[in-house]
Design a binder for this molecule. Structure first.
Ligand SMILES: [Zn+2]
Length: 416
């Protein structure tokens, strides 16, 4: 579940890391110290300044600085697809989607000159239609049969492992029976389904061309049991704490993955606080080939919601499927974006195995940009939510050792 331990604060993080977080903390402290000079002024002014100093001090204490580099968005490589009578305009590929244009991000500090120039490029006028590729063209380019219209604005294309089903106007697609979120809802033109170029490149191509993972000697996995210590995560009843279940899941999975040939490191093996930066630092220190974060979900307002959700980082240029109120700037590119392809492939494999093992509802493979535990990773990284503790029936299942053993075995099957 979302918590400050695993999910970075919004825009502040980006710009603190660019402009130096410690300096900002310093300015908070100096402003707090300044208030002491007003000790001799009338009582009302004292109260106002002390209140301001306390507010600033609290703000400093809760500001988490994540040392993640954010770089300019690079244009995707051009590929030889014919788009009706037009050629693909690569400038259009990073067009900010209408929703992002309608609500531009409001950074708390001015962006760096590099980022500023990228923003100017992306906001230049482009013809949106040049970013859209007929699904039929993609099928031809990959030696697949022609897509079929199977319902009102619904299209299916046969892939080697099953069907791709897309619905015009909906970001949710199905790939071989499993749900996943596209960056952009497909469109229909002249009876044909059109998909956004970035979805072709970042979603369809990686899934179509995925191959069975080739075990390599000495591969290293960091298994991250979400939350811990004072951070309990979400919960069902008072005794059904997410932090206990994530740890148990990790401890059960560790020997299974080790027997598969992985060298496994756990971010925690007991109930203790582990800062986000330590979880990232461990993966760097041990030279991890893969980072896997384990969580359970909670939606207090929607107790009936259930199922498995699997996340990886949103590719640059694409809006996220989930933002949870955090800023989501498609222009930002993070270190983990170097692994967009592998991220989706691993996420899809894990998601399917966990669904098969638990027979839980399919909450889809999703992409998010705000998860600090993912975006700073210099290796493929995935976060799995193994069910909803806010759903009493699902919480009851998660509370059983048998269910958590199934979850652990599913990870081992997905990562042979
Ligand atoms: Zn969590």
């Amino acid at each position: 579940m979302v918590s400050s331990n695993h999910f970075s604060p919004p825009s502040v993080t980006i710009f603190l890391s660019q402009f130096g977080g410690p300096a900002d903390r310093g300015s908070c402290l100096s402003r707090a110290a300044l208030s002491a000079q007003y000790a001799a002024v009338p009582l009302l002014r004292n109260i106002l300044w002390l209140t301001l100093a306390a507010w600033l001090a609290v703000g400093c204490a809760t500001t988490k600085v994540e040392p993640v580099a954010v770089t300019e968005v690079a244009l995707p490589e051009s590929k030889p697809f014919a788009v009706s009578s037009q050629t693909v305009d690569t400038n259009a590929l990073l067009a900010v989607p209408p929703s992002a244009v309608a609500r531009p991000p409001t950074p708390t500090n001015p962006p760096s000159p590099n980022l500023q120039s990228a923003i100017r490029n992306l906001q230049s006028p482009v013809a949106p239609s040049t970013a859209w590729v007929p699904l039929a063209n993609w099928c031809v380019a990959n030696n697949l049969g022609q897509p079929q219209k199977i319902g009102a604005n619904q299209f299916a294309a046969a892939t080697r492992g099953g069907a791709l089903v897309v619905q015009a106007g909906s970001q949710v697609a199905r790939w071989e029976g499993t749900q996943l979120w596209l960056g952009y809802a497909p469109r229909v033109s002249k009876g044909q389904a059109l998909l956004h170029w970035l979805d072709i490149q970042k979603t369809l191509d990686p899934l179509l061309h995925r191959s069975a993972p080739a075990p390599k000697p000495g591969r290293v996995l960091v298994l991250d049991a979400g939350h811990g210590g004072a951070d309990s995560g979400t919960h069902g009843t008072a005794r059904q704490l997410e932090k206990h279940f994530t740890l148990d899941w990790a401890l059960r999975a560790e020997p299974l993955l080790r027997s598969n040939g992985w060298t496994v490191f756990l971010t925690r093996t007991v109930d203790q606080d582990v800062p986000l930066t330590n979880r990232l630092a461990l993966a760097d220190r041990v030279g991890a080939d893969l980072f896997l974060s384990l969580h359970f979900n909670g939606l207090a307002a929607q107790a009936r919601h259930s199922g498995i959700e699997t996340f990886c980082l949103t590719p640059a240029g694409m809006p996220s499927s989930v933002t949870r109120g955090y800023e989501d700037d498609p222009r930002q590119e993070f270190p983990n974006n170097a692994y967009d392809r592998e991220n989706l492939q691993v996420a899809f494999r894990l998601h399917r195995e966990v669904l098969t093992a638990t027979r839980a509802a399919d909450g889809a493979v999703r992409r998010a940009r705000f998860m600090g535990v993912l975006r700073g990773q210099r290796r493929p990284a995935v976060l799995i939510e193994g069910g909803f503790l806010s759903n009493p029936e699902e919480a009851r299942r998660i509370s059983t050792a048998a269910y958590r053993q199934k979850l652990a075995e599913a990870l081992a099957r997905a990562l042979p």
